[in-house]
Design a protein around this ligand. Structure first.
Ligand code: C5P
Length: 401
């Protein structure tokens, strides 16, 4: 998968540095060569000896190391790779990169390189959420730096939230995608996500509890496998995935138009919780409640079924159309019937009874219904469901299933 690719790996000083040892192993197992660079802080967490042994390469450490300069100057080192990866990327390293500082070997290489750069941030939740770090992240994104992670979850410091470094396998996939080598490279995939808002009047609307977390995670996982992703989202809470084309819509009809516009695609994943009905004549002014005893009468019209429309396209239908079925009873039976009714290839069914905590929660328990059978996946975090689904989509488009 990465045969012959040269990765310059900058290891920053954070507890997640231990995961970079596994990252080196995984990259080498896929045929890449890894040239490691350790910051001074990184040496507090991992030793140059273990990094060198796993990489099978010399470890670069200090800017003014004359032996290194004699062998390979720092400018040359920064350009001899196909991709520069920073893992873990600490708050300090991100700040240096955003400011263009060059006061040690790692930051100098990052400033001098003319190669694409991918960073895997890892830090305490508060540090990640701090406006200064978020400002730096935005600057770096504008500069074209790629990001993988951070993930939400328990951290070594005991806090919970975003800041955990992406798992080595996810970083490998992001590296493959950045190098145009992912299994979905050259594929265009559409993902719908989030709720839709159907206006009643300028201030009121009909909506549902979808957070958009599962749809965002799916878009991120597909992009990590190298797909070109068009992400059409309603007004969802979830952070928008990076490295994808994001199209923000509000109503079902806007979502339908954006989906039609995005065609043709190789696969379309409909994770949005689209409102089934809209108010026929949304008022241009706020409906007053001051008329005694009179309640507003709302008339409803059915929204376009975007999934069914796409699945039943006569010309230019995506090779794979995947729908979701959020059910509260007879989950598999209802979902299997829905697959046939809509004409899609797969249905991902989930039980959204409030006691499951799935809608709006971090975890999901899904059942994948295809033409050939019913596959019950164990309950896992939405990121993992997304990664597993992305792998299955890649295998299907490759013709493996
Ligand atoms: O019919 P139901 O809403 O249960 O179907 C759910 C599936 O259909 C989801 O994949 C959802 O994204 C899609 N859908 C749609 N347009 C609608 C309603 C549902 O694309 N108007």
């Amino acid at each position: 998968m990465l045969a012959g690719q040269r990765i310059l790996l900058v290891i920053g000083g954070g507890i997640a540095a231990y995961k970079s040892l596994d990252l080196i192993r995984k990259l080498r197992a896929r045929g890449a060569t890894v040239t490691p660079v350790l910051t001074a802080a990184a040496e507090e967490f991992v030793t140059a000896l273990s990094v060198a042994s796993l990489a099978g390469e010399k470890v670069y450490r200090a800017l003014f190391d004359l032996t290194d300069e004699a062998e390979m100057g720092h400018i040359q080192l920064s350009r001899a790779a196909d991709l520069v990866v920073v893992a873990p990327a600490t708050a300090d390293l991100l700040a240096k990169m955003a400011q263009g500082l060059a006061n040690d070997l790692a930051s100098t290489l990052l400033l001098a390189t003319d190669k694409p750069v991918l960073v895997a941030p890892a830090m305490n939740v508060r540090m990640w959420l701090h406006p200064a770090t978020q400002r730096n992240v935005m600057t770096l994104q504008k500069d074209g730096i790629g990001f993988v992670g951070p993930l939400d979850g328990d951290m070594a410091c005991g806090e919970v939230g975003p800041g955990r470094m992406a798992e080595p396998l996810a970083i490998v996939e992001a590296i493959a995608a950045a190098l145009g080598a992912g299994p979905l490279a050259g594929r265009r995939v559409l993902v719908t996500s989030g709720p839709t808002h159907e206006p009643i009047d300028p201030v009121r609307y009909i909506a549902n509890r979808s957070s958009g977390a599962q749809g965002s995670a799916i878009a991120r996982a597909l992009a990590a496998l190298g797909a070109e992703v068009v992400f059409v989202t309603g007004p969802a809470l979830a952070a928008r995935p990076r490295g994808v084309t994001v199209i923000e819509v509000e109503t079902a009809r806007e979502m339908a138009a954006a989906v039609a516009e995005a065609m043709p695609v190789d696969a379309a994943i409909f994770a949005a919780a689209v409102a089934d009905w809209r108010v026929t004549k949304a008022k241009g002014q706020k409906i007053k409640k001051d008329v005694k005893g009179s309640l507003p009468q709302l008339q409803f019209a059915e929204n376009p079924d975007i999934l069914a429309r796409t699945a039943q396209m006569k010309k230019g239908r995506p090779d794979l159309v995947v729908g979701f079925a959020a059910e509260t009873d007879d989950v598999v039976k209802n979902a299997a019937a829905k697959r046939l009714r809509k004409g899609c290839d797969w249905i991902i069914a989930n039980d959204v009874r409030p006691e499951t905590g799935i809608m709006g929660g971090q975890e999901n328990a899904v059942t994948v219904i295809t033409e050939t059978g019913v596959d019950v996946w164990p309950r896992m975090d939405k990121e993992r469901v997304a990664a597993k689904l992305a792998e299955k989509i890649a295998a299907c488009l490759r013709g493996d299933q």
